[in-house]
Design a protein around this ligand. Sequence first.
Ligand code: SAH
Length: 407
Amino acid sequence: MDISSVRLLPRKEESLLRFHPWLFSRAIASTDGELYDGCLVRVESHRGEPLGVGHYAEASIAVRMLSFIGNEEIEPQFWQARLAAALQLRLACGLLRVDPEAGSPNNVYRLVHGEGDQLPGLIIDVYGDTAVMQAHSMGMHYAREVIAQALMQVYQDLCGPEVIRAVYYKSQGTLPTREQREMCDDGFLIGHTEATPVWENGIKFMPDWLRGQKTGFFVDQRDNRALVEQYARGRRLLNAFCYTGGFSLYALRGGAERVDSLDSSTKAMYLTEEHVKLNFGQCHRHRSITQDAFAYLDEMPQGEYDMIILDPPAFAKHRKVLRNALIGYRRINAQAFNKIAPGGILFTFSCSQAVSREEFRLAVFTAAAASGRHVRILHQLTQPIDHPVSIYHPEGEYLKGLVLQVE
Ligand code: SAH
């Protein structure tokens, strides 16, 4: 296949030789052929040796590498091979089982986690028999049809017929520029399914890929939710920034005395209540609070809760706003340390990619120190197996959490 190419400045190939999937525009010396946002491009060293193939973008990350094989053809077989590798990983770690009623607890998982699955710019979450696909680059947007076809083929080959019956495309919120988002139509690429409940560790959720945030559900907290269940027995718990109520449901199943779910969005609180009903029917141990978390934490009395979960949205989408983000983390954590009952357990998270593990820990440390209470780290948490991180792309590790005991 004849595609355009970019040639690097001398010594700028090193990160690509180490499989880092991003090529920055400042590393490019010259270009050959027509380049447009989303086109395929071959990357060459300054001497003209082919280093791999990727998707071009008019942005500071100029190329997202799809392959480090010099002239690899990006054809249906390429997508099938990548998707098959991703699916095999999820099968190998026991995440993907098809019949939850027969005792298999999960049928919601991330099939493709961008760079971690060597598919930069692409996210695919699976909800039962529906795959929800999200493009974060124009290259993946243009490839959506061929990727959807490849996905159907791979499931057919590895799992059998009808395991996936539809592929929904949802990129209106995720393409890089406003014009791109405006020209993008969300909708089914293959088949058509209605949302039905999915299972996570045996807990039922109703995914909402049409209207929900991200692909409809936060798949990345599965393991951490299970840990909350272990600590919940007999406790009075606040789940702040609850969205669909994930942590609350596990806490209720774990025997919490009381669970208060809080989110500033009425839609989120509606989803949480629906999920409580779906799993527990009328539940007098659960209460919904629609309010700003900062205000609620400021106002709530001391000792009201002996377990608090803080899982806010990404406060920093990029490094430029890092300082404000760290102030935000410090502020909510300080309130939790001030208010939590003696012996309380705090689960605190950051999902900002721009905030490093160390920076987050420092913000929490500063908040703890200001409270003057003794605090111990019980667990250090991260993202689950279906959100793998390429060792060459540490930027892919975004979810950080600490479980703390406050004396
Ligand atoms: N813990 C959730 C995911 C949290 S997503 C889970 O396990 O699925 C972040 C949530 O924070 C969103 O639902 C958003 O509506 C809510 N949110 C954002 N800013 C908020 C604020 N200031 N106060 C309360 N909730 C807020």
